[in-house]
Design a binder for this molecule. Structure first.
Ligand SMILES: *[C@@H]1O[C@H](CO)[C@@H](O)[C@H](O)[C@H]1NC(C)=O
Ligand SMILES: *[C@@H]1O[C@H](CO)[C@@H](O)[C@H](O)[C@H]1NC(C)=O
Ligand SMILES: *[C@@H]1O[C@H](CO)[C@@H](O)[C@H](O)[C@H]1NC(C)=O
Ligand SMILES: *[C@@H]1O[C@H](CO)[C@@H](O)[C@H](O)[C@H]1NC(C)=O
Ligand SMILES: *[C@@H]1O[C@H](CO)[C@@H](O)[C@H](O)[C@H]1NC(C)=O
Length: 307
């Protein structure tokens, strides 16, 4: 600058020109870097944040596995209606019923018919009895059934649900979408009075784990050594002993027991609901479906009138 001020006119013109050129290249350089910088920012956001992927690009795949016994034909029929009539967006949800070995001749025909019609039944290599590791067998068997067919992971999340639980699929999907797809252990934390998801374990009414945990159960020795006991508590023990499920999500009070009988685990039916548990009879199911306006989307038709 100092030199330039002193210099003669032609020199000065050349200087101004070169200043313009210099500024021009500065601008070009800056704009290129802007692009690169934005790219880094964008990448960083995905790499660092817990929203683990661009939500629109891949729909979330959820397996809802309802553990039940072969003879519960009417319950399965009802649950197919309850789950088959719900709508949700941005997700693929499969509902499958999980049984142990069939033991009677009529079951082979009846369950066979269901499989032919619905193909929504998984029969594990186990015998039906409480607290002898059906949940363990189920999670251990899952990768053998689903890995290698279709996309990977076959499901981002696997939910284990009871057959007396009403799961509202859209609410479930919405609650899972922002959550991590790794190392997730999600549900209604036991004891009922606690809001700390690391306290004990998630209730068997309906808990969710990510697929990496399913694979860990498949491969680890911990679940193989500790099978007997209340299944959901045992599952919580695996998570603790294996230091898994570090992404924990307590879905209380979006999940709860039906209000009657009242208890520390129950809650009034309310709008913000993912699951209602202990629907032990038809009356409780009807009241619940009525509260959530489950059949409101019925289209008007000349074929029927429902009121
Ligand atoms: C990421 O997780 C932390 C702690 O779990 C939470 O405070 C934060 O809000 C989350 N960020 C996003 C973008 O979800
Ligand atoms: C099924 O389980 C039984 C007993 O647990 C075992 O002996 C048998 O090999 C298993 N069969 C298959 C096909 O895995
Ligand atoms: C279940 O049935 C399969 C096939 O019939 C049989 O190989 C297996 O041993 C049975 N498992 C148990 C635990 O009874
Ligand atoms: C429940 O949700 C509906 C529709 O979103 C709303 O009109 C109603 O006021 C809500 N009720 C309560 C108790 O929050
Ligand atoms: C059900 O429908 C009624 C009447 O349209 C509405 O007031 C109520 O908020 C709805 N309940 C829920 C849970 O959406």
């Amino acid at each position: 600058m100092h030199m330039a001020v002193k210099s003669s006119k032609p020199n000065r013109r050349r200087f101004i020109f070169s200043c313009f050129v210099f500024i021009f290249f500065l601008c070009v350089f800056a704009s290129i870097n802007q692009v690169r910088f934005n790219g880094i920012l964008k990448f960083g956001r995905f790499a660092l944040s817990n929203e683990s992927l661009p939500t629109n690009e891949e729909e979330v795949r959820i397996l809802i596995s309802v553990l039940t016994i072969p003879d519960q034909y009417l319950r399965r029929h009802f649950l197919r209606l309850v789950y088959g009539t719900q709508t949700y967006e941005g997700a693929k949800v499969d509902v499958k019923f999980v049984l142990c070995n069939l033991t009677k001749e009529d079951q082979k025909v009846m369950v066979g018919l269901e499989i032919m019609r619905y193909n929504d039944i998984i029969i594990l290599n186990c015998t039906e009895n409480m607290n002898k590791g059906k949940t363990s067998t189920f999670f251990t068997t899952l990768p053998d059934i689903f890995n290698g067919v279709g996309p990977y992971p076959p499901y981002h999340y696997v939910m284990k649900a009871d057959d007396d639980t009403y799961v509202r699929l859209n609410s479930l999907v919405m609650s899972l979408r922002p959550l991590p797809r790794e190392d997730l252990y999600y549900g209604f934390v036991i004891p009922c009075g606690s809001m700390d998801p690391f306290k004990h374990y998630m209730s068997g009414m309906g808990f969710v784990v990510s697929w990496d945990i399913v694979e860990w159960i498949h491969g680890s020795d911990i679940p193989k050594k500790h099978v007997e006991g209340p299944e959901d508590k045992v599952f919580g023990d695996w998570m603790r002993w294996g230091r898994r499920g570090n992404n924990r999500y307590n879905a209380k009070w979006y999940m709860y027991n039906y209000p009657d009988p009242p208890s520390v685990c129950s809650h009034q039916l309310w709008n913000d609901t993912i699951a209602v548990h202990l629907l032990k009879n038809q009356d409780k199911w009807i009241r619940t479906l009525t509260f959530f306006n489950h059949t409101h989307p019925l289209n008007p038709s000349k074929m029927y009138h429902t009121c």
